[in-house]
Ligand binder design. Sequence first.
Ligand code: SF4
Ligand code: SF4
Length: 381
Amino acid sequence: MSLTQEVKRRATELGFCAVGVTGAERFSEAETAAVNRTRQGLMDGLSWWSEARAHASADPRRATPDARSVIALAFPHPVVNPPSPSDGPRGRIAAYALGRDYHDVLLERMQPLVAMLRERGHVAKTYVDHGWMLDRAAAARAGLGWLGKNTNLLIPGVGSSVLLAEIITSAELETDAPVKKTCGSCDACMRVCPTGALVEPGVLDNRRCISFWTIEHRGVIPLDIRPLIGDWIFGCDLCQEICPVNARPATPDTQALEAFGPMIEARPRLEELLALDDDGFRARFRNSAVWRTRRSGLLRNVCIALGNIADRGSVPALAVALDDGEPLVRGHAAWALGRLGGAAARAQLEQALRRETDAWVRDECAQALQACGPLVVPSVV
Ligand code: SF4
Ligand code: SF4
C-alpha cells in the first residue's frame, strides 16, 4: 500500500468523510478571484483579511518551503434543524457551531495523520480555517467536490455540511483530479438568500451576508440589514438548507459526530439568552464557536431577532436589556422595542431616554419611539 493510500485509509478511519491530494503549486485562479473580490470591496469588514493575505494563502510553500503535496480533508459536522417549539420566541444558530469548537475537533483528528507523515521523515503542517490557506480551492483541486453557487464546497453524496482542513507536507503523494460536476442551471441558493449576498454565482458580498453581521462584525448592525436577519443569532444556513446536494446526504458517521461532544441548543429561547450575564455566557458558550461573538455581540443579535419576531410578550425582557451595561445591547434593544411597538414598549423607551447618556443609544431610542408613533422626545436632565 502506498503512503497516499495509507493516509487516505487512516483519514477515513478517523471520521473524515472526504480526503484528496493535490500538488503544492499556487492556487493561482483562486488567488486572482480573491484579490479581485478584495478590490471590489466584497471582503470589507473582515479585519483579518487583506490582499496580502489572499496572495500568501494561495501559496502552500509560503510557510512550508519543502511542500510537495496538500492533503485536503472534510469532516462532517452535526446537522440539526428541529422545529421551533411554540413556547416563546426562539432564535437559530448555524449547524456547524452547535458542537465543540471545530478548530479543536479537527486539529485533534488530524494528529494521527501528521504523526504518520512525520514518522516517515516528512514535514507536515496543519491548517483549519484560521490558517492562511485557500481551503475551498485546495479541496476542489484535490477532487473533494465542486464550488457551488453558494460558495460552499459541495461533495457528491455528502453535501456541504462539512468542515475543511489541510495538511501541507513534503511527502510526494499521488494527486487526485478535480470533480467535473457543477451546479448546472440550479440557482436556488441565490434566490433564497434574504439579503442578496450572493451577487453572482459563487460570489459572496460579505457586507450583505448574515453570517458576517452576526459572527464577524463587532459593532452596530446597520438599520437596513437588521430586518433581513430574521431569527438568526449566529450564522445562517439558508443557502445550504435549500441546496439539493444536501437533500440526501450520506448517513453521517455517528462516531465522527460524537467528536463534537454535547451540543448547544439549535433554537434557544431568546429571552433566556438576553438574561445571560458574563458568567452565564461563559458557562453556556465557552466551548462553542458562539463564544467568538462575545456576550455583547450575541445579545445584540438576540435583540435583533426579537425585533424581527415582534412578539409583544418580549417587552419585559427587552426592557431589562435597555439597562444593560453594554451600549451595543441597549441600542439594539431599543430598536427591537420600536419594532414591537405598543404602549408598553413606548413607556420603556421613554424611561430609557430619560436616563440614557450614550449618544448613539439615545438616537436609537428616539428612532424607536418614532417607530412606535408620534411623540415629543424629552431631553436629558
Ligand atoms: S449564509 Fe445566509 S445571508 Fe449569507 S449568502 Fe447564505 S443565505 Fe445569504
Ligand atoms: S442550491 Fe443549487 S446552485 Fe446553489 S449551491 Fe446548491 S446546487 Fe448549486
